[in-house]
Write a protein that binds this ligand. Structure first.
Ligand code: ADP
Ligand code: MG
Length: 352
C-alpha cells in the first residue's frame, strides 16, 4: 500500500525549502564535510512505513543523529507494521494474545487513552474494517451492509483485555488491531528524544507529511511548516511558524479509491464502519506530544468540526488544531491563530 508518492515528495520539498535547508546534501559521503559548518544541515530521505520520510539535523552531531533516527524508524517499522507478517503486531493479530515490547505497550496504552477521551472516534480495533475496504493490500472494494454489520461486532476497544502491568494484550473474538493511526507520531517523538541524546539542538523530521520539529532553526527563527490544500496537492492552505512540536495532518486525500463516482478514504468512522464523512477534508494537530497529535488528527477528522471544537475546548492545554471543511473554510484554534498565516481568510475558534 503506497501513498501518493508525488504528493508526498512535494510536501517534503516544500518543507525543506520552507526550513531554509535547500542546500542540504543527500550524499552520506559528504556528511562529515557538512558537519564542519554548523549552519548546514545533514539531511536524508528514506522510504519506510509506506511513505517518504525526510530527516534533517543541524550541528556537529547531525550525521550521528540522522543515522540514529533512520535506525529507529526501521526498528519501529519492523515492530509495528501490519504489512509484514513477522512484526510484533501481526503476530498478536494472528494469535489473539501477546506480551508486548515496551514500545508497542506504550502505543497501546496511548491508543486506549485516546479512544476513551475521544468517545471512540479513535479506535485501533478498526483493522478488520481496513481489510474489508481493501486498504491493507490495495484490493479496494465497497463491503456490503451485511458484511459491515457482521464486522462491526468485532469493533470496539472495550473488547480488548489490556494488562498494563504485564504488558499483555488479548483480543476479543475476531478482533485485530492497527497502530497506523499513531505509529508515525510516536516515531517522530522518539526521534526528537534521539536528537536530544545526540546533542542536536535543531532538527526536524517529515514522516509522509507528518512533521516534528526540534528546537528552532539554527538562526533562532521558527520553522515554517506548510499545510497542504486538501483540494490541490500542489498548493498549500496555510503556513504555521513553530518550534519544538509535532504538526500532524490527517486527510481523506492521503489514501483513497473511487468507485461509481464516490470517493472512499482510509480514515474509518468506528461508529459506522465506513470512511468518516463528517464534513472535514483535513485536520492538522499541533502538540508537543507526537503520539497524541497523530491520534487526534485521526479522531478529530472522524468527529467533524463541531464535535472537534468541543473536544478542543476541553483539552486546549494539550494541543491546537487547523481544520479545513468541504466548503474550503479554514478553522484555527486560538492558541495558534497568531502563528498561522494564509492567503485565504480563516476563522479563529475561541476558548470560551
Ligand atoms: P496517515 O497514516 O495517512 O498519516 P492517519 O494518521 O489519519 O493517516 O491514520 C490513518 C490510519 O490509521 C489508517 O491507515 C488506519 O491504519 C488507521 N485508522 C483509520 N481509521 C482509524 C480510526 N478511526 N481510529 C484509529 N485508527 C484508524
Ligand atoms: Mg493519525
Amino acid at each position: 500500500m503506497k501513498k501518493h508518492w508525488i504528493a508526498a515528495a512535494f510536501v517534503a520539498c516544500l518543507l525543506l525549502t520552507g526550513c531554509g535547508a535547500a542546500e542540504h546534501t543527500e550524499d552520506e559521503t559528504t556528511g562529515s564535510a557538512v558537519q564542519a559548518n554548523t549552519e548546514q544541515p545533514v539531511s536524508k530521505e528514506i522510504f519506510a512505513m509506506d511513505t517518504y520520510m525526510t530527516i534533517t539535523a543541524y550541528g556537529e552531531n547531525g550525521q550521528k543523529a540522522v543515522d540514529a533516527a533512520q535506525q529507529e524508524i526501521e526498528r519501529l517499522d519492523a515492530l509495528l507494521s501490519t504489512g509484514s507478517a513477522d512484526s510484533e503486531i501481526s503476530a498478536l493479530n494472528a494469535s489473539g494474545t501477546a506480551q508486548l515490547s515496551s514500545d508497542s505497550a506504550e502505543l497501546v496504552s496511548c491508543a486506549l487513552e485516546i479512544n476513551e477521551s475521544t468517545g471512540g472516534a479513535f479506535d485501533i480495533t478498526v483493522y478488520p474494517l481496513m481489510q474489508a475496504w481493501g486498504f491493507t493490500d490495495e484490493s479496494y472494494r465497497v463491503p456490503s451492509d451485511s458484511e459491515l454489520t457482521t464486522l462491526m461486532e468485532t469493533i470496539g476497544s472495550d473488547q480488548l483485555d489490556w494488562d498494563a502491568d504485564n504488558r499483555t494484550l488479548t483480543l476479543g473474538d475476531g478482533q485485530a488491531i492497527d497502530l497506523g493511526g499513531i505509529a508515525k507520531g510516536y516515531t517522530s517523538g522518539r526521534i526528537m528524544e534521539l536528537f536530544d541524546e545526540c546533542g542536536v539542538e535543531s532538527g526536524m523530521v517529515s514522516l509522509g507529511g507528518n512533521v516534528h520539529v526540534h528546537g528552532a532553526k539554527p538562526d533562532g527563527s521558527k520553522w515554517r511548516i506548510g499545510i497542504q490544500d486538501p483540494e490541490n496537492s500542489e498548493d498549500i492552505a496555510g503556513v504555521l511558524e513553530v518550534t519544538d512540536c509535532a504538526v500532524i495532518t490527517s486527510g481523506g486525500y492521503e489514501r483513497y479509491f473511487e468507485q461509481d463516482g464516490t470517493t472512499y478514504h482510509h480514515i474509518i468512522d468506528p461508529s459506522t464502519g465506513k470512511p468518516a464523512d463528517n464534513g472535514l477534508t483535513s485536520v492538522t494537530i499541533v502538540s508537543a506530544d507526537g503520539t497524541l497529535a497523530d491520534g487526534l488528527s485521526t479522531a478529530l477528522f472522524v468527529m467533524g468540526v463541531d464535535q472537534a471544537t468541543e473536544y478542543w475546548r476541553q483539552h486546549a492545554d494539550e494541543f491546537d488544531a487547523v481544520m479545513i471543511t468541504e466548503d474550503g473554510t479554514i478553522f484555527v484554534t486560538e492558541g495558534i491563530a497568531d502563528v498561522f498565516s494564509s492567503d485565504r481568510t480563516f476563522e479563529t475558534i475561541a476558548r470560551k
